[in-house]
Design a protein around this ligand. Structure first.
Ligand code: ATP
Ligand code: ZN
Length: 676
């Protein structure tokens, strides 16, 4: 066993709030693991922070019309707070705009540059002449050459995880203007990943206990062979490349972001009053470095960052990267930009953090994508947290108060069943530990809940409400066993339900820090008083679920509204010009199809002073039958025009919706009335 563990969680982009997908992919798994490890009294620290560079930040700033610094300041503060409120306990939450980070990543670049690691190349890159800039990374969208996904970014396809360069995209389009970009030459520095292929393979061979989805993904990239990857970009927002000849260039965000874990650890060490302490965690062989991330970050943590660390030479390499697949919401892909998300901040306004920690924990996308739905949230809270755990704890403590004066009854002449049940505490504890050690967090939660199930079953089978009438010794033994299980649960559930379990432990008079080794055996002394507990979990009502679904719907509609593209306004005209158009109210009296003209209908329109024949291109939207008596507005002084052999005398006004569908401009006025 190693002496210490350094856990990192993916640095979230500071361009938006934290949503349930982020939590399920990286932060809840890391927090569960770290909380478990802390109970085992291992030396462990948990590092995270805001990723404040990269194109997603500048795109968000441009969209809002503010400075990128405003965006990152806002989301750094909000996300840090939201994590805290959700009980995610980072030892340090840094940010990549800090001076320490800029220095650290520049030093990294300089060392690799001076050691001659980089390849310098002048190559054709995509350029948007209208925006007057190169288009790195997310500034370009196009079709993934690997899987055909049409919304792939210039740096990566989020569908298949392949890392890309913009020029590899099929049919690329500028994310700024929507135009097809041209190419221009520019100079950049590349990390020749091919040179690290053998080293990476050797390193991976020594790793054990990796999740098959992660190991498989990495193997397949290695089998395909690794290409050079640029570590610099033509952008103004980011860490400036520390070379004179690189004016106007910054480090690639995926070069500097993982170094952010190191910078944040340095800042943590300063805060601890021991500035060199970070070296112990990053440079001592006996550190286990573990990265918690979602699947789209695998390539950066299993190929690029390890190669960078190898190139530098002074650092430990990741021991494990227990990456998760993706979480969907109500069966649809989560999307910040489309507003299809549940923000952590919003959730916390309506519900307790522990409920979500539990429910998300049971559906973590550990081996494949999984789905969060509010209905399932309600089911799990009601039928598992309330009906199993809450019920067991409540019936145990309230029975103790009713019939044993609120004190732990002694265990006298226990039966084999009593002893076997007590022994199951240790057995479950082993299973839970084993699952945590193998990053099987869903299993850890299931096995933890199974102890409450065991307790409930035992309570029901022992029927203490019967034995209390004629056999107080048996009844006391039953409650003794149930109270020991309750005490174990108050520890075992701590990583998952920290707030609730802190409350429960208070009721059971546990003080001080909790230790894994204390779980099991006799945790409560006979005769020890316990407080009469509150109900741990209240059930979620149907209305609360509906409210959340309604919120989701409203938000996507709002987003659609905001994203709506209106036709640009035409140039101004003089009033006199407008008055030249003669528009009259009218009514359709006849309508028929025109042979060989799919889109056209021949209409007879009563315009008051006469009946007109008008040809109108509305056949895709209306059938002739439904048009009789339709009120319309008609331009009556448009020069006549023959369409498919029929002379049209005027034009009917229509409005066109976003989806291309047509609506009549209607009026109640009598046919022949002027419209102006
Ligand atoms: N739906 C999801 N399911 C699981 N993990 C996710 C999901 N969305 C993001 N993640 C993970 O969360 C971490 C932080 O995400 P990051 O800030 O990079 O945002 P992102 O991937 O651009 O997400 P979004 O575009 O939804 O804001 C990453 O490790 C990422 O893999
Ligand atoms: Zn793809």
């Amino acid at each position: 066993m190693s002496k210490r563990t350094l856990v990192t969680s993916a640095l979230p982009y500071a361009n938006g709030p934290i949503h349930l997908g982020h939590l399920a992919g990286a932060y809840l798994p890391s927090d569960l693991y770290v909380r478990y490890k802390r109970m085992t009294e291992e030396d462990i620290i948990h590092i995270c922070g805001s990723d404040e560079h990269g194109v997603p930040i500048t795109i968000a700033a441009e969209k809002e019309g503010v400075d990128p610094q405003d965006i990152v300041d806002r989301f750094h503060t909000r996300n840090k707070q939201a994590f805290k409120d959700f009980g995610i306990n980072f030892d340090y939450y840094g940010r990549t705009s800090s001076t320490v980070h800029h220095q650290t990543s520049q030093e990294f670049f300089t060392k690799l540059y001076e050691d001659g690691v980089f390849v310098q190349k002048t190559e054709e890159q995509l350029y948007d002449p209208k925006a007057e800039m190169f288009l790195p990374d997310r500034y370009v969208k196009g079709t993934c050459p690997n899987c055909g996904y049409e919304e792939a970014y210039g740096d990566q396809c989020e569908n298949c995880g392949t890392s890309l360069s913009p020029t590899e995209l099929i049919d690329p389009k500028s994310a700024i203007t929507g135009d097809t970009p041209e190419t221009r030459k520019t100079k950049h520095w590349y990390l020749p990943l091919g040179d690290f292929q053998q080293k990476l393979e050797d390193w991976l061979d020594t790793r054990e206990n990796w999740k098959p989805n992660v190991a498989g993904q990495v193997k397949s990239w290695l089998n395909d062979g690794l290409a050079d990857r640029a570590v610099t970009r033509d952008l103004t927002w980011g860490v400036p490349v520390p070379l004179e000849e690189a004016d106007g260039k910054v480090l690639y965000v995926w070069f500097d972001a993982p170094i952010g874990y190191i910078s944040a650890t340095k800042e943590w060490a300063q805060q601890e009053g021991d500035p060199d302490l970070w070296k112990t965690y990053w440079q001592d062989e006996e550190t286990d470095l573990i990265h918690f991330i979602g699947k789209d970050n695998i390539v950066f943590h299993c190929i690029m960052f390890p190669a960078t660390l190898m190139a530098h030479g002074d650092y430990v390499l990741p021991k494990n990267v227990p990456a998760n697949e993706f979480l969907n919401l109500e069966s649809k892909k989560l999307s910040t930009s489309r507003g299809w998300a549940v923000w952590l901040e919003d959730y916390l306004e309506d519900f307790e953090p522990d409920l979500l920690r539990y429910v998300l924990g049971t559906i973590l996308p550990e081996t494949k994508d999984s789905d969060f739905s509010w209905e399932n949230f309600q089911n799990k809270v009601n039928s598992e947290l309330a009906d199993i755990l809450g019920n067991f704890v409540f019936r145990t403590t309230s029975f103790t108060h009713k019939y044993f004066d609120g004190k732990v009854p002694s265990l006298t002449n226990p039966t084999e069943k009593d002893q076997q049940t007590l022994a199951q505490i240790e057995q479950q504890k082993e299973k839970v530990a084993e699952a945590y050690e193998h990053f099987k967090l869903r299993e850890a939660i299931t096995e933890t809940m199974n102890l409450a199930r065991i307790g409930n079953k035992y309570f029901t089978e022992m029927e203490p409400w019967q034995s209390r009438k004629n056999d107080m010794e048996t009844c006391g033994n039953t409650l003794h066993v149930c109270l020991q299980i309750t005490a174990a649960l108050s520890h075992l559930f701590d990583p998952i339900l920290p707030e609730n379990m802190a409350q429960l432990r208070k009721e059971l008079s546990f003080t001080g820090s909790i230790r894994w080794k204390d779980i099991g055996g006799s945790m409560l002394d006979s005769g020890q008083p316990i407080q009469k507990g509150e109900i741990l979990f209240t059930k979620i009502e149907d209305e609360q679920v509906e409210e959340q679904l309604e919120k989701l719907k409203e938000r996507t509609q709002q987003q659609e509204e905001m994203d709506k593209q209106y036709e640009p306004i035409k140039d101004n005209i003089e009033f006199g010009d407008f008055m030249k158009i003669d528009i009259r109210a009218g009514k359709i009296t006849e309508a028929s199809a025109i042979e060989k003209a799919d889109k056209l209908l021949k209409l007879t329109v009563d315009v008051g002073f006469e009946k007109r024949t008008i040809v109108s291109g509305i056949a895709n939207d209306f059938s002739p039958d439904e048009l009789i008596d339709q009120s319309v507005c008609v331009v009556v002084n448009l020069a006549p025009k023959a369409l498919m052999g029929v002379e049209s005398n005027g034009m009917i006004l229509m409005s066109e919706e976003d989806d291309g569908s047509l609506k009549f401009v209607e009026t109640d006025a009598e046919p022949g009335s002027m419209v102006s």
